[in-house]
Design a protein around this ligand. Structure first.
Ligand code: AMP
Ligand code: MN
Ligand code: MN
Ligand code: MN
Length: 285
């Protein structure tokens, strides 16, 4: 079994990169990928631990992007984490999140919620600030009774203290991954509430950029969903991938390996990667 969608404390998960590798070992996962939101901070640590435990480790990321006001998540795999252009782009995304957090803290003041950037940073375990950490600080300071309340009343999409992130466009995210030499997948396509027409239009655009596949094996997808997206993937020549989207205690009901993804998904990805590498080589000649 494999699991290609895992978050750590470097974004909004509650286990460190080392710990999630340990959890994969317990679940007999043979191939894993850490895919933190907009950061690659945990990959070195994860890879080192995975090597110790004999697990195949794929360098991954989950980019947030926007399309017609909806969030579209793009997964990148087999990343080269020494690529300067890629690293620079990620630094920019981090800065963008900082700016946004400051603006949200301003808005929260109107509700009598007074938090400083330091209060938030106390919650942050990696380089990346997300709304989860704002909710954590609100909870710790006693402004809310549960973290969920933060989203329901204040910082959920469209609520009074919510500010959308300046995200990449989905095509920019795919291009970044492809120019890095990686493989690009649309994460949990059913969660993109764009409707079939716009979703297909989006897939057309992303396939122009070299999109490799769709994440189809996902905890909240029914067998009907899986059949539906498998058909779309097949028709379009896209690879079906999958994972748990494990977040630890921040999504308690999901455990590593729940999506039951089989090793042949990994084999298919490797084949695609090999073709891509050969193409690049012949272009260089
Ligand atoms: P951000 O990337 O800063 O926009 O924050 C997104 C993160 O906030 C997600 O990855 C979730 O972990 C969390 N989140 C978003 N909406 C909710 C919600 N309604 N309830 C609980 N957590 C949420
Ligand atoms: Mn998350
Ligand atoms: Mn996602
Ligand atoms: Mn995720």
């Amino acid at each position: 079994m494999i699991d290609l969608h895992i978050h750590t404390t470097c974004s909004d998960g509650t286990y460190t990169p080392e710990e999630v590798v340990g959890l994969c070992k317990e679940q007999n996962i043979e191939v894993m990928s850490i895919t933190d939101h907009d950061t690659i901070e945990g990959l070195k640590e994860g890879k080192k631990k995975a090597e110790e435990l004999g697990i195949t480790f794929i360098n991954g990321i989950e980019f947030s992007s926007d399309y017609y006001g909806k969030e579209v998540h793009i997964l990148g795999y087999f990343l080269n984490i020494e690529d300067d252009v890629f690293l620079k782009e990620i630094k920019m995304l981090e800065k963008e999140r900082e700016k946004r957090t400051e603006l949200m803290l301003e808005k929260l003041k109107k509700y009598g919620i007074n938090l400083t950037m330091d209060d938030i940073l106390e919650e942050v375990t990696g380089n990346l600030i997300s709304r989860t950490h704002i909710a954590g600080a609100m909870y710790k300071k006693g402004y809310i009774r549960s973290r969920k309340e933060a989203f329901i009343n204040y910082i959920g999409s469209g609520k009074g203290a919510y500010i959308p992130k300046e995200n990449l466009s989905p095509s920019r995210a795919v291009r970044l991954i492809k120019e890095n030499g990686g493989l690009a997948f649309v994460a949990h396509p059913k969660l993109i509430s764009l409707g079939e027409k716009r979703t297909f239009e989006l897939l057309d655009i992303l396939q122009e950029e070299g999109l490799d596949g769709l994440e189809i094996y996902y905890p909240s997808f029914s067998s009907i969903d899986i059949a539906y997206y498998s058909r779309i993937a097949k028709e379009r020549g896209l690879i079906a991938s999958g994972g748990s989207d494990f977040h630890g205690g921040n999504r308690r009901e999901i455990s590593i390996g729940v999506s039951n993804v089989k090793n042949d998904v990994y084999d298919t990805m490797l084949k695609r990667l090999k073709i891509q590498k050969n193409q690049l080589k012949s272009e260089e000649k």
